[in-house]
Structure formats: structure tokens, C-alpha cells
Design a protein around this ligand. Structure first.
Ligand code: FEO
Ligand code: CA
Ligand code: CA
Ligand code: CA
Length: 606
């Protein structure tokens, strides 16, 4: 069973102040260094990066752009070597190419570079001495090192594989697709594979104006422009690959927006997109076991007024590590029940959007998981199972799920079984014609977001009912609409726009932010979840100018924080020639993954 939490153990570091410095800031007694930056060689034989001599062939062997979620998988029992797996969410062409002017002026080869800079990297890394610092392995076979790109063949699994909605001219079977796009967050499975969420896939498609009329409502619900041939802000990929033009290939967009599974230990593995987990702007998927050994995946759809989901497998995990156990476990995400969350409010009439606590002293209530599909059976009247899984947003609309403030990472705490969701912000909450504040999204014009805690009934993650509470309403603690679980507000760090979530070895929550609306740089925060220190948010790290603190992963020995610094220098008007950030090398900005460690070698945070 879950181990009890240690109340606030291990978070004695002195918090750093908010700042706007163009570097990574860590507490006194800590250090950090780049492990891999955009363009660094990944596949053995990859050329050294040269900004003025880029090619798609080179990029497909080098570290991709805009590293987001990351995780490490140990390769030995001594904690000396590991595989680092990293998502590459999207590209900033203005920051990538010297002489950049407009999207239209990109060469077709530059478009292909951008396509190759998407996907994932798998890289063998090693510890430096007995420290918490890690570096890439640069010699030997490095047989696991691999790049996944927008062109890597992948296979669909589950009830909607082969569906008419997934068939295209290039794939009349509807079972194979090239590439994974906009890989944002992810999760580790108990059988040693990783999951990766395909998020804002809509921006890669044009030609939505010319699809059959019956296909338009679903495309529109997913943010695809069905009025203009070339929507502003589209990425021009149709110039390099015609499948991104929906006027000729109307189903291609249905082949993105999935949870993808990759086995980093098998360099020849064909990634799988699991249709049983539904299709939306998947932030990520994080797994915990139900009491009976079935697998439960928690997921968010990152859009204003979209939903929280969970998937419960039909079959149970096999704990052995024989090949047949592993083969069984690799099928667990192919069949199960997909649910969407409906939140009940105990004091909704008292909620006025100001963030003021209701009369019972807490934002809290009950809730239930509404099933949308079970195995091959649709549970939504008027929709086939294929439609429920491919147009999951429409299915969730039909059953009246609760519209949330942009669900980003949804992460179960493996120590307690409680589930935490980062609701990053929603400035349209309470606006004219938009849903009003409610108890689970309690603030109108929610610029700074909040953290939600779900406790499944009976302590079983397969339960269909739950209770919930909001431990943290983010912002400047001087702002009366903020809440830090009742902790002394004069002692907490300001925090805005929570995005990615992780837990340390003690069960403390680590929060990465994206889009700090308080005017300082984004960063990484730690907060105890239980005991008298619950709500004591402390800032651990800040990232450079224009960067997003995209993801952090605490190592199992708690001696390293692996941190993903995404899009440094992403400021309006900036370019590679006129950079807003010169991190990490002093010339122009490059996204990078760093390790953070304590100079005395002891545990992070303690
Ligand atoms: Fe890619 Fe929702 O963050
Ligand atoms: Ca309440
Ligand atoms: Ca994110
Ligand atoms: Ca985000």
C-alpha cells in the first residue's frame, strides 16, 4: 500500500526571490549545468550544431527544439547511468534561423528542419563522479540513443484503430501514422515505458475550409480553422508535406491529439498511439495502480473550459519481469473505460468569483467520473465508440462534464494515491457569455491558476466517486484572492500559472510554471502537501528571460533535479539575430535540459 507522507520533510532550503535575470538561479549551496541543448548530437555520428548550416538530416540526429517533459530511467543498479527521455514540443523558427523574417519566407528545407526538431529524444547519460550532476555519454555504442520526429512511423492501438475516421490516402487501413506532434507532458509506466501527450496539434493544419461540411464541427471544437484556407499562425508544414493540408487529406488531423507510448529500452520500438485514452489536446498521462492492480491514467485537456479525464484498464498489471509479463503489460492501455470528471459543489451559490472562501471555510466538494466508453462500447447516446474516442471533446460536452480552467498536468502522488491537477489560468472565466466562477474554478479572470487535489473514494484510484479540495489558489500572496491551504501568507513565495507537477522522494509537490503573470521569470517551486507545512510554497529555481520552466523530475535518490528550460528568449519581436535571451552560451538562446545538484552532494531541498 501507499507509504504515509513525511510532513514537509526535506524542504529546508532558503527560497530564492522572484527575478528577471537572464540565467538559471538556484538556492545557495546548489549548482546547475546544461546536459543537452538544442542541436547537440544525440545519435552517434551526428554532426556538431551550426546555426548557419542547418539541415533536416542533421536535426533528425541532434537534440530537438523546445524540450518539455522529461524523465530518467536507470540503466544500472548503482545509479551511475540512465536514459534521459525528453519531449520536444514545438519550434520557434524566429529564434532558430539566422536572417529569419516571416513564416512565409522560410525555405522548404527550414520547414523540414522544424519538423525534425519536433518529437522526442532518448539519450544515455552518466553521473559525474559521486555528485548529483549528470552529462551525456559521448563514447561507445550508445545503442539506445534515438530521435523520434514528425516523420517516425507509429501504430494505432485500441478500439478506434482502423476506424474510418483515421483512414487517409497514405494509410487506407487507418492503423499507421507518421510522427508525434506537440509532445507536451508525459508519464512513466510501471512496466518501464513512457507516455507522451500530443497537445496543440491544430496549429499544423491548413485547408479546414474545404473539408466536407459534416467534418467541420468536430474540427472546430479542436481549434482547427474551418473558415480560412491558411489560418494566421499556422506552421506552413503543408509546403513540405501535403498531408498537413486538410483540403486534400481531411482525416489527417484525427491522427494527432493522442497519448503515445514509447519503449526507450528498445531502440527499434514502433511507438503506439492508444485510442482507448481518447483524443483531445492531451497535456500528458500519469499512471497509478488501482487497488486490484488495474492501471489508472489521469489526463488533462489543456484548453480554457475543457476537462479532466481518467482511463481505467480492463486488465491488471503483471508484476513479473519475464518477457510474457512485459508483453501483457504492453497491452494494458489498449482496452478499458474512459471517464470524464464532473465536480459537485457544496456551496456554489456563495462563490462570487473574487476567490473569497465560502462559508464552510474551504473550496471543496464531491465529484464523480462519468464513463464515456467501455472497451468497444460507447456510453454516449448518439455516438459510436469510434466517435467517442476520436471526438472525445464532443462526447464530454454531451454528458455535461465540468468545464475547467485549462487542465495541464494531472499527477497521482504514488505515496498517498491523491491526485493533483494544475489548472494553469483562464482569463475568460466569468467574462460575458462565458461560464461563471464555481467552487472548483473559484476565481473570475483567473490569471494565476490554482492547484486541485482529488481523493478517490475508498482510497481506490478505480473509484467512480471522489472528494476534492483546492489547496492552493496561486498569485502574489498579498492578493486577497490567493489561498495557500491556510499557511501564513507572509512566508510563501509568489507563484503564477502552475503547469507541470512532480513529487520528490518525500512526497512533496514540485510545481513548474509557464507564463508567470506577476512579471518575473518562470520557475520551480516546492510545497509540502500534508501536516503543518501544507501550503508552504517555496521557490527553488528561476529560468532565463522568456523561458518556460517546462518540467522537472527529481531523481529516485533525490540528489538531482532534472529541469527542462523551454523557449528562452520567446519575447515578441526577438529573433536569433536580435535575441532577448543569450542563455545558455552567451550568443543566442537555446532550449536546454539541465541538472541541478547540491554542492555538498546531499538531497535536493533538504
Ligand atoms: Fe504544453 Fe499545456 O502545456
Ligand atoms: Ca466547500
Ligand atoms: Ca505543459
Ligand atoms: Ca502551459
Amino acid at each position: 500500500g501507499p507509504r504515509p507522507p513525511i510532513n514537509g520533510a526535506g524542504l529546508t532550503f532558503k527560497p530564492i526571490p522572484p527575478n528577471t535575470l537572464d540565467t538559471v538561479i538556484v538556492p545557495n549551496g546548489y549548482d546547475n549545468a546544461v546536459i543537452l541543448r538544442w542541436g547537440d548530437p544525440v545519435v552517434p555520428g551526428a554532426p556538431a550544431f551550426r546555426a548557419d548550416r542547418q539541415s533536416a538530416a542533421a536535426q533528425a540526429t541532434q537534440f530537438g527544439y523546445n524540450n518539455d517533459w522529461l524523465v530518467t530511467l536507470p540503466l544500472d543498479r548503482h545509479g551511475r547511468r540512465a536514459l534521459l527521455v525528453v519531449n520536444h514540443e514545438y519550434t520557434n523558427e524566429n529564434l532558430m534561423f539566422p536572417g529569419y523574417t516571416t513564416p512565409e519566407a522560410l525555405t522548404v528545407e527550414q520547414v523540414r528542419v522544424a519538423m525534425a526538431a519536433h518529437g522526442l529524444s532518448v539519450v544515455e547519460i552518466e553521473r559525474v563522479g559521486d555528485t548529483g550532476q549528470w552529462v551525456p555519454v559521448t563514447r561507445g555504442a550508445r545503442r539506445w540513443n534515438r530521435r523520434i520526429t514528425a516523420g517516425t512511423p507509429m501504430r494505432f492501438t485500441g478500439p478506434a484503430a482502423g476506424s474510418a475516421l483515421l483512414r487517409t490516402a497514405a494509410d487506407p487501413s487507418g492503423t499507421m501514422v507518421l510522427g508525434s506532434l506537440n509532445n507536451c507532458a508525459g508519464g512513466l509506466t510501471p512496466w518501464g515505458t513512457i507516455l507522451s501527450g500530443e497537445e496543440n496539434f491544430n496549429q499544423y493544419f491548413v485547408g479546414g475550409d474545404a473539408v466536407p461540411a459534416g467534418a467541420k464541427p468536430a474540427l472546430t471544437r479542436y481549434g482547427i480553422d474551418t473558415v480560412n484556407r491558411y489560418p494566421s499562425g499556422s506552421r506552413k508544414w503543408e509546403r513540405a508535406d501535403a498531408r498537413f493540408d486538410l483540403s486534400a487529406h481531411p482525416n489527417e488531423a484525427n491522427r494527432f491529439g493522442w497519448i503515445m507510448e514509447l519503449d526507450p529500452h528498445d531502440p527499434n520500438f514502433t511507438p503506439r498511439k492508444h485510442t482507448a485514452l481518447g483524443r483531445f489536446k492531451h497535456e500528458g498521462a500519469e499512471i497509478i495502480l488501482a487497488r486490484d492492480g488495474r492501471v489508472v491514467a489521469y489526463m488533462g485537456d489543456d484548453e480554457r473550459f475543457d476537462y479532466l479525464y481518467k482511463f481505467v484498464s480492463d486488465k491488471k498489471l503483471r508484476r513479473g519481469d519475464k518477457p510474457f509479463d512485459r508483453a501483457h503489460n504492453m497491452t494494458l492501455l489498449e482496452s478499458g473505460t474512459l471517464y470524464v470528471a464532473s465536480f459537485g459543489f457544496s456551496s456554489a451559490p456563495e462563490i462570487d468569483g473574487s476567490g473569497t472562501l465560502p462559508a464552510d471555510g474551504a473550496f471543496n466538494g464531491t465529484g464523480r467520473w462519468i464513463p464515456l466508453a467501455r472497451g468497444r462500447q460507447s456510453l454516449v447516446p448518439g455516438m459510436s465508440v469510434d466517435e467517442v474516442l476520436v471526438h472525445t471533446r464532443l462526447a464530454a460536452d454531451a454528458v455535461g462534464a465540468t468545464k475547467m480552467d485549462r487542465p495541464e498536468d494531472v499527477a497521482p502522488n504514488l505515496r498517498t494515491g491523491k491526485v493533483y491537477a494544475a489548472l494553469t489560468n483562464n482569463t475568460r472565466r466569468g467574462a460575458t457569455g462565458q461560464p461563471a466562477a464555481d467552487e472548483v474554478n473559484p476565481r473570475s479572470n483567473n490569471r494565476h491558476g490554482h492547484i486541485l487535489e482529488i481523493t478517490e473514494d475508498g482510497g481506490d484510484n478505480a473509484a467512480t466517486t471522489f472528494t476534492w479540495a483546492i489547496p492552493i489558489v496561486c498569485g502574489d500572496p498579498a492578493d486577497p484572492s490567493t489561498y495557500f491551504a491556510g499557511y501564513d501568507k507572509t512566508k510563501v513565495s509568489p507563484i503564477s500559472c502552475p503547469d507541470n507537477l512532480d513529487f520528490d522522494a518525500h512526497g512533496n509537490l514540485w510545481i513548474s510554471t509557464d507564463g508567470n503573470a506577476l512579471g518575473s521569470n518562470d520557475g520551480l517551486f516546492a510545497v509540502p502537501l500534508d501536516g503543518p507545512e501544507r501550503g508552504h510554497v517555496k521557490q527553488f529555481l528561476t529560468v532565463p528571460v522568456g523561458a518556460e520552466q517546462a518540467s522537472a523530475s527529481l531523481s529516485d535518490d533525490n540528489r538531482t533535479a532534472f529541469v527542462s528550460v523551454q523557449h528562452p528568449g520567446e519575447i515578441d519581436g526577438a529573433s536569433m539575430d536580435n535575441p532577448a535571451s543569450t542563455w545558455p552560451d552567451g550568443d543566442y538562446a537555446r532550449p536546454a535540459v539541465i541538472s541541478v545538484w547540491r554542492v555538498d552532494g546531499r538531497q535536493i531541498g533538504a
